[in-house]
Design a protein around this ligand. Structure first.
Ligand SMILES: Cc1cc2nc3c(=O)[nH]c(=O)nc-3n(C[C@H](O)[C@H](O)[C@H](O)COP(=O)(O)O)c2cc1C
Ligand code: SF4
Ligand code: SF4
Length: 253
């Protein structure tokens, strides 16, 4: 068995690592950003796939990875974990349906609430203490879910018709365009940018580069918020106008 994941700010990585510790200590977690990810999938029959929900949908980078490797999923047994700030409806279901289209058997689904990675929208922010408590509750949920899977009665959160409707009408219908393509809306404040290059190294899409001593962005952002949450000058924004509080998992542990 192998854990496959995408994680912008570390929540999904943290969740899948915790899950694997409880479920199968021998299993390792591999990011879709690693060159060996496709090979790892090929070698394993059972897969735990974890990803962050965006607007009740999957990030474009995740969708493209699954579509690009469409031949890999036939006959795989997949347990889907969706991490989210608040609500997704059918977070696990949306990825499950795509995998099923390519011949995978989806054996269960799990929804995990984690700190919201959107760090430039004040309305979405919780206090540090609230986020720590949230993670503690999620850890309990992960332990229970891993035990349930071991005992062959996996959770099925996000899978099925009711969840599908909740995802569709709760958000996806209104925000479908947000994750349909990569975005060119990332903004870099060149007055704040100190040209350190950290964001360039971090971006999973190779969407950032240095030009005349400051960072610049292309049009292939998957909205993972990694660069925005890690920029030492708080010079990057996407959905909001100003960074309110940078979020990355290490901060809450
Ligand atoms: C662009 C974007 C859209 C998001 N949309 C949702 C959403 O629709 N529902 C929700 O509950 N959380 C949403 N979130 C929050 C993330 O799903 C959540 O923080 C997730 O755990 C981040 O995981 P990561 O650190 O592995 O990237 C969104 C985050 C981003 C960056
Ligand atoms: S991480 Fe921030 S300060 Fe460093 S180059 Fe990127 S935008 Fe500029
Ligand atoms: S530009 Fe920033 S937010 Fe967009 S994909 Fe790259 S690291 Fe993620």
């Amino acid at each position: 068995m192998i854990g496959i994941y995408f994680s912008g700010t570390g929540n999904s990585r943290y969740c899948i690592e915790k899950f694997l510790l409880e479920y199968d200590r021998q299993a390792k977690a591999c990011s879709i950003e690693e060159e060996t990810a496709a090979q790892e999938i090929e070698c394993h029959e059972e897969i735990i796939f974890c990803y962050p929900v965006q607007f009740s949908n999957m990030p474009k980078i995740v969708k493209d990875f699954i579509n690009r490797h469409y031949t890999l999923w036939q006959g795989k047994r997949v347990f889907v974990i969706a991490t989210m700030g608040l609500f997704s409806g059918d977070g696990a279901g949306i990825l499950a349906r795509l995998l099923q289209k390519y011949g995978a058997e989806v054996i269960g689904g799990l929804h995990l609430k984690m700190p919201d990675s959107i760090c430039d929208e004040k309305a979405l922010k919780r206090s540090l203490e609230e986020n720590r408590k949230l993670i503690a509750r999620t850890e309990v949920k992960i332990k229970e879910a891993a035990e349930n899977l071991q005992e062959n009665r996996p959770q099925r959160e996000g899978l099925g018709f009711q969840y599908h409707l909740a995802g569709l009408f709760g958000q996806r219908l209104y925000f479908y365009h947000k994750t349909k393509d990569y975005t060119d809306r990332l903004k870099i404040d060149v007055k704040k940018c100190i040209g350190c290059g950290k964001c360039v190294k971090l971006c999973p899409m190779k969407n950032l580069f240095l030009r005349d001593g400051t960072a610049a962005a292309g049009g292939r952002c998957t909205m993972c918020y990694r660069c925005i949450c890690q920029c030492p000058a708080q010079a990057i924004t996407l959905l909001g106008k100003q960074v309110v509080e940078q979020c990355y998992i290490e901060k809450y542990l």
